[in-house]
Design a protein around this ligand. Structure first.
Ligand SMILES: [Mg+2]
Length: 111
């Protein structure tokens, strides 16, 4: 993650783009890139969305890359680490949505 953050920071600085990168603009750009990913799947059936062409797969990968770049840049604007944020949120989600005890479920079904 640190290497990616450094590469993105250098890319931005070499082009003097940081003047455009307010958190507001970065959040908007992130939303636009996410919409570009959604557009790929628009009108596909669920089954079609599992079986995309190799060209579409390349397009999906590019949009995921765009999303990751803006997400990483937005997080950096607040000195946050996206991976750490995801770990923290998974812990919070696990508390909010506890996993069902599969063994207990089997015992109930056996009764
Ligand atoms: Mg894009």
């Amino acid at each position: 993650m640190k290497q990616l953050q450094t590469e993105i920071k250098e890319f931005i600085e070499q082009r003097d783009w940081q003047r455009f990168h307010s958190p507001k603009n970065l959040a908007m750009a992130l939303s636009v890139e996410t919409a570009e990913l959604v557009e790929i799947f628009q009108w596909l059936t669920p089954a079609q969305s599992h079986n995309v062409s190799s060209d579409t797969l390349v397009h999906i990968e590019e949009e995921i890359g765009d999303i990751m770049i803006y997400l990483t840049t937005l997080a950096a604007a607040f000195d946050l680490d996206p991976v750490s944020a995801a770990h923290k949120k998974l812990i919070k989600n696990a508390e909010k949505y506890p996993a069902k005890d599969k063994d207990a479920s089997k015992e109930k079904n056996a009764d």
